[in-house]
Write a protein that binds this ligand. Structure first.
Ligand SMILES: NC(=O)c1ccc[n+]([C@@H]2O[C@H](COP(=O)([O-])OP(=O)(O)OC[C@H]3O[C@@H](n4cnc5c(N)ncnc54)[C@H](O)[C@@H]3O)[C@@H](O)[C@H]2O)c1
Ligand SMILES: [Zn+2]
Ligand SMILES: [Zn+2]
Length: 349
């Protein structure tokens, strides 16, 4: 088969590799029908994630068709059309028993395209298939479902649920990439009074408006602090979210929150940020961090099926499965191309 193989920082190739085979009784093999690229894949290609070693097939998001299952798989059958989640779950360890699949101690967690071969391939081996896939309900497209492999559960769980968004809240989201946009969409489920999206790219701010932001702010040329304080009697936002992954945006998220408010960090950080405890010790803040668990994916599937969440506008570019070079290029130059999520699809069988 063909797969997108990582060959060290800055190097990748769509090349011939051996097809995956069942290794454990709990594995399934899935033919990839649709797959996307994550901002985290760009971090890997920059060399920011050293656990990813040369030879690794990238990708942790897919929708596909099951072609083989191990003898211990109970609920997934050959021919099933499934979502392959970015998080794999053993189902038995203390964290999986508590629904914290991202922290799995039994060989799961974020492993696809990280510690084992991933989904940017014609076929992928999915460990713990019963716990790590979700059936695609009739009527939902591969593209809609693909948005639930990573970005929607991430923003919902690590941003909105950790941030405890409540009716009437003012919510400020720093960063309007796919993760920030998914945070806007899923925050709306909890009826905040205002969602303020902050970014430095006009194309992203336009996308934030479409996703349901009430106010968009370009922090390069507008004073975010004044705008947020103006809306909140000078206090600051009830909830702020960091969806970029750099020190200055984390520090901004702290500056924008009101006393007693919640700051939910979603971004993956590669450098330390300064926590001004000398200013905030008195403010009763709750600051959360997290890796997605995907324990809200079944709920999000129901919300997609009922039309309460529509993730399809996130897909801006479409390619064939063999066009990874081109798709990565368009995705990496998002500020010029306007790319949000790019989808690569296999030919229909
Ligand atoms: N915690 C998790 O489980 C998890 C899961 C997936 C992704 N992530 C992380 O979430 C972050 C966002 O992901 P994404 O795919 O949306 O990334 P992205 O790079 O597409 O989007 C980041 C956005 O931030 C904006 N930005 C850059 N500098 C800024 C600044 N100084 N002020 C305001 N905005 C600025 C960019 O214009 C861009 O629109 C990344 O760090 C990603 O690795 C975390
Ligand atoms: Zn991801
Ligand atoms: Zn586990």
């Amino acid at each position: 088969m063909h797969a997108l193989v990582f060959h060290g920082p800055g190097q990748k190739a769509w090349e011939e590799v051996p097809a995956p085979r069942i290794q454990q009784g709990t594995d399934a093999i899935v033919r990839v029908d649709a797959v996307t690229i994550c901002g985290t894949d760009l971090h890997i290609l920059k060399g920011d994630v050293p656990e990813v070693t040369p030879g690794r097939i990238l990708g942790h998001e897919a929708v596909g068709t099951v072609t083989d299952v191990g003898d211990a798989v109970q609920n997934v059958k050959v021919g099933d059309h499934v979502l392959v989640s970015c998080i794999t779950s053993c189902g038995a360890c203390r964290f999986c028993r508590a629904g914290q699949y991202g922290q799995c101690l039994g060989g799961g967690g974020w492993i696809l395209g990280h510690l084992i071969d991933g989904t940017q391939a014609e076929f992928v081996r999915v460990p713990f298939a019963d716990n790590s896939t979700h059936p695609v309900p009739p009527g939902l497209s591969d593209e809609q479902m693909l948005m639930l492999a990573d970005i929607l559960p991430t923003s919902h769980e690590v941003g909105v649920l950790n941030g405890k968004v409540r009716p009437g809240d003012v919510v400020a989201i720093v960063g309007a990439g796919p993760i920030g946009l998914a945070a806007i969409m899923t925050a709306r489920l909890y009826s905040p009074s205002h969602i303020i999206a902050i970014d430095v790219a006009e194309s992203r701010l336009a996308a934030a408006k479409n996703a349901g932001a009430d106010i968009t702010v370009n922090s390069l040329n507008e004073n975010v602090l004044d705008i947020v304080r103006g809306l909140t009697d000078g206090l600051g936002a009830d909830v702020t979210m960091e969806a970029v992954g750099i020190p200055e945006t984390f520090e901004l998220a702290i500056d924008l929150v009101r006393p007693g408010g919640h700051v939910a960090n979603i971004g993956v950080h590669g450098a330390p940020a300064t926590l001004h405890l000398e200013r905030i010790w008195i403010k009763d803040l709750t600051i959360t961090t997290g890796l997605v668990d995907t324990n809200s994916t079944p709920t999000l599937i129901k919300l997609l099926a009922s039309g309460q969440v529509d993730a399809s506008p996130m897909v801006t570019h479409r390619f064939g499965l063999d066009e990874f070079e081109n798709a990565y290029d368009v995705f990496a130059r998002a500020s010029e191309t306007g790319a949000l999520k790019v989808v690569l699809s296999a030919p229909q069988l």
